[in-house]
Design a protein around this ligand. Sequence first.
Ligand SMILES: N[C@@H](CCC(=O)N[C@@H](CS)C(=O)NCC(=O)O)C(=O)O
Length: 229
Amino acid sequence: MQLYELAAQEDDRCFSPYCWRIRMALAHKGLSGETIPWRFTEKERIAFSGQERVPVLFDGQTTISDSWAIANYLESTYSDRPSLFGGTDAQALTRFVNTWTDRVLHAAITPLIITDILGHIHEKDRAYFRESREQRFGKTLEDVASDRDRKVLDLHQTLEPFRAIVRERTFLSGDRPMYADYIVFGAFQWARSISPFCLLQDGDPVAAWRDRMLHLYDGMSLRAKGYSV
Ligand SMILES: N[C@@H](CCC(=O)N[C@@H](CS)C(=O)NCC(=O)O)C(=O)O
């Protein structure tokens, strides 16, 4: 299996939140995938997948893109291995976690780390990243990133429903982590891989949950290149 992952300047600084979901999902299923580092501007290298984003999983003869589609593929193809969802009803509900994370959590984290992303990506990606993101946000990256000491408080507020769950349970999914946990964790691993800015305060149940996640699978994500924040 090969997993095309977004890499920064260094090949082993993989920072895509979507790719982290799949790294964790592969570990959960006990599958190993070779990481193929990929940069934003290398669209032709993943043209075989028929689209322009990572993650892309290449499994034998099968190519799948989009993290949600890949997770579903892994679940059905490797159904004899530990479930990522815990049944079809839970799978449907996990889709909500996917959408909330993509649209709400990522939006709250983006201003806190966007200039650190710019500082870490490969130099050949910088002009593309700045132009495409400034077009998306309708302002400069520096304006998006302004006032982050106040914006981090917005993140803490955004996390409140999630915090209420992980205050009571070990993982979002209960006693064991599942794909819903990996979706949310991907967002924190995105930040940790690329930014020294501290998103979570000591004593926050979300920080304790993230710490438990970091230690899963022999500390795979703790050992990955990133900042100790
Ligand atoms: N919905 C997709 C989103 C994938 C995505 O946006 N990936 C980013 C990396 S984090 C990407 O490849 N961006 C390419 C670009 O911006 O040109 C998924 O869940 O996999």
